[in-house]
Structure formats: C-alpha cells, structure tokens
Design a protein around this ligand. Structure first.
Ligand code: OAD
Length: 238
C-alpha cells in the first residue's frame, strides 16, 4: 500500500491527520453522507442549526442524546489506535471534524476538535461549560443561570472555535506529511486544511474508499477503510 512513499514516511518528522466521520464508521458510528449517512435520513436544518434549536430544543436535544449514548457505547477502532501509537515515533497532530472523542480515548494527545464535542455542554447565554457526566432529568437541560444548555458542537452557520482553527491552519501549513482520513471534504472551512498542507509541499495521503474533491492532488490515495489501512502505515514508520 505505502511502498511508493515509504522513504518519505520514514523521514517525516511532523505528521498531521485530518479526520472525519469515516474513521469512526468501523466503530459503529454512522457517517453523514454515505449510504446509511445521517443526512440521508435527517434534515440538518431541523437538527443542527441554532434556529432549529430555538424552534424545538427538546427535539434537537433528544437527537444529540441518542447519538451521545451511541458514541459512549462505541470503542476506538484500529484506525484511531494506529494514529495514537504513531506518537511513539513521530510528532503527530489530529485535526478532527468528529465530535465523538474517540481519538482521545484511543490515546492521541494532540487532538484539535474543529466541530466541538458531544461530550461537553455549554450555556446559550453565560460562560458555563462542562463535561456531561450523567443523563439529564429533563430536556432541554437548564444552566444554573436559568437559560438553556446546548451541546458544545459547531452547528451549520456557526464559526469554528477560533483558537482551534488558528492552530489547525498552523499545523497544516507546517507539516511534512498530511493524511486525510474518512472525510468527504464537503464541509468548509475544514476542507481547506489539505490546501494549506499542499501549499507547504507536504506529502499528501488520502485514506478513503471513495474519491474526494482533493483526490487529484494526492501523492497517494488508498481506497480502503481506515481500520485496515492505518495500522499498515504505522508498521512502515516503526
Ligand atoms: P461525511 O459523511 O461527509 O464523509 C465520510 C467520508 O468517509 C466519506 O468520504 C466516505 O467515503 C468515507 N468513509 C466511509 N467509511 C470509511 C471507512 N471505514 N474508512 C475510511 N473512510 C470511510 O463525513 P465528514 O466528511 O466527516 O459537521 O463530514 C464533515 C461534517 O459534515 C461533519 O463534521 C458534520 C457534517 O455535517 C457538522 O455537523 C457541523
């Protein structure tokens, strides 16, 4: 799989992974745009925007609660674990669009959550933010200040957390190798990160069973799953 670029991989000091829903697919978490994708069944405009939230907070919360339970019951797969293991050999950053926390649970220590986290909540009004530790007795849950709490995720139309986005651009603009795994690259601005890496002359690798808009610019596209492919990448670097 990686023979063509194995020398460059061995020499690389700084490897950045850009990940999306596809890396967690083999952990049993559905993607958004694939065959069984969430956005094929549900309309994101009724579940993942601030307007939808204010229109029907209970519905939005119920949807996120169901996903959160599914995510908490899931486990990191060999793809997540391989990325975490790579930290023993290289400087590694993970720029993820996923909100599931599976990279961290696999052991990755340098994870930038571009779209927030389903495991944290924040107040719609005050500065309160916390990790969810138990189930809620009522939905929507309320903050101590009396206003509604919401999942700490980025909804359509909302800006990315600016400190995380700035770091993601810095990492992408300075890496030797970028590995883009399990993302359709359909959502902006996260889909710009490979452009920054390419401009810096990074070796570009894609792991995805399907083509993406950036496939034509990759040095290597592996048309296979993350859990099958990433352990092999690590075995070359070891
Ligand atoms: P998508 O559902 O758009 O794309 C998932 C990608 O993973 C597709 O390109 C699949 O071909 C690929 N894939 C599927 N199974 C795979 C596997 N086992 N191994 C490797 N690749 C696999 O998900 P994202 O690109 O992550 O944002 O979506 C980006 C954003 O759109 C999400 O963060 C979410 C969504 O709307 C918000 O909610 C703001």
């Amino acid at each position: 799989m990686f023979e063509k670029i194995s020398d460059q991989l061995k020499k690389a000091k700084n490897i950045v992974f850009v990940t999306g829903a596809g890396i967690s697919q083999e952990s049993g978490i559905p993607t958004f745009r694939g065959k069984d994708g969430l956005w094929r069944k549900y309309d994101p405009m009724t579940l993942a925007t601030i307007d939808a939230f204010y229109q029907n907070p209970k519905l939005v919360w119920e949807w996120y609660e169901e996903r959160r339970q599914n995510i908490l019951a899931a486990n990191p797969n060999p793809g997540h674990k391989a990325i975490a293991e790579l930290e023993q050999y290289k400087q590694v950053s993970v720029l993820t669009q996923n909100i599931d926390g599976l990279h961290q649970r696999a052991g990755s220590t340098n994870v930038y959550e571009l779209h927030g986290s389903i495991i944290t909540i924040k107040c719609t009004v005050c500065d309160f933010k916390d990790t969810i530790t138990s189930n809620f007795t009522q939905l929507p849950p309320l903050c101590k200040c009396g206003n509604m709490l919401r999942p700490d995720v980025v909804w359509f139309g909302e800006a990315l957390p600016q400190d995380i986005w700035k770091s993601a651009i810095e990492q992408s603009s300075s890496c030797d190798v970028m590995v883009v795994v399990g993302t359709s690259l359909a959502v902006s601005p996260a889909n710009l990160l490979p452009v920054y890496a390419k401009q810096n002359g990074a070796l570009m690798i894609e792991v995805n069973p399907d083509e993406t808009p950036m496939s034509g610019t990759m040095d290597l596209s592996v048309r296979s799953s993350a859990a099958k492919t990433l352990p092999e990448l690590i075995s070359i670097v070891k």
